[in-house]
Design a binder for this molecule. Structure first.
Ligand code: HPA
Length: 274
């Protein structure tokens, strides 16, 4: 069979979505581990499961539902990703960013990325929220390797991945809700293993404040395809070696669940302010 281009895959996936809904979102939100319950906050117009969409990589992670939820909050049209796709699931980086490019093709203009992450910065505590001010993606392959989709600049600028105006709004919304926001640099590693204490020290030396297994690649593809991007990390645990406690996905999930009400309130306020 002839190999399809990214453009053809996204066109086909979009045509399928359009058989289910003609909803045009203004804002896209990627909901990280344990944060998917935010979808309960919106007036739902349509739900499309990832496994029905042609060429869509499926989310296989526990706690990730694997569907797009379309709907409104106070008249703001949104598409939510309940569950993201990770490199460690065996997909190429290009495949992991197909959903981002697809949401842009739906007409969305703003992307809010959320995730669960480990606190590399020793002053962070489990349950803290961190505004992502910048990222380090150099230790994982770029999602922009390969065909230049959408046709545009081959060497995109990454000086301002996280939109200053949106980021300021996130801080203002947190302030309004009395939520303390940390700010910092997020580093993406491949996973699925958690880091060793030596790797966490490396991350700290490189200038990272939080570590996780997603997000930077999505942010890069998003900037490349014309989204305005911002990001919030829920620090679910101190990264390896910061304390002696072994790390487990169930603990990540539990902390994310416990903080979901605060997190959901913040996201809701943000999408109204954007
Ligand atoms: N490391 C990497 N990814 C994570 C962590 C962590 O400590 N916590 C949640 N996601």
């Amino acid at each position: 069979m002839e190999k399809l281009t990214e453009e053809e895959k996204i066109k086909t996936a979009l045509e399928f979505i359009r058989t289910r809904t003609d909803f045009v979102p203004r804002i896209s939100v990627v909901l990280g581990s344990g944060l998917g319950a935010f979808a309960d906050n919106i007036e739902t117009e349509a739900v499309v499961n990832y496994n029905d969409i042609p060429f869509f990589p499926m989310s296989t992670v526990e706690g990730h539902k694997g569907r797009f939820v379309f709907g409104n909050i106070d008249g703001v049209p949104l598409v939510l990703m309940q569950g993201r796709v990770h490199y460690y699931e065996g997909y190429t980086m290009q495949e992991t960013v197909l959903p981002i490019r697809l949401m842009r093709a739906m007409g969305s203009e703003i992307l809010l990325l959320t995730n669960a992450s480990g606190g590399v910065n020793k002053s962070f505590a489990a349950g803290d929220m961190m505004l992502i001010e910048d990222h380090i993606s150099s230790l994982v392959p770029s999602p922009l390797i390969g065909a230049n989709y959408p046709a545009g600049t081959r060497f995109p600028d990454m000086s301002h991945v996280y939109d200053k105006e949106l980021s300021k709004k996130v801080l203002d919304c947190a302030d309004k809700l009395g939520i303390k926001m940390q700010r910092g640099v997020y580093i993406q590693l491949t996973g699925p293993n958690f880091e060793t204490p030596a790797e966490v020290r490396m991350c700290r030396t490189l200038g990272a404040d939080a570590v996780g297994m997603s997000t930077t690649t999505e942010a890069m593809a998003a900037v490349h395809c014309g989204f305005r991007v911002c990001g919030i990390s829920c620090i679910t645990n101190a990264a390896a070696g910061v304390t002696d406690k072994p790390l487990a996905h169930s603990d990540v999930q539990e902390t994310a669940d416990k903080n979901a009400p605060r997190f959901n309130a913040l996201i809701k306020e943000c999408v109204k302010a954007f």
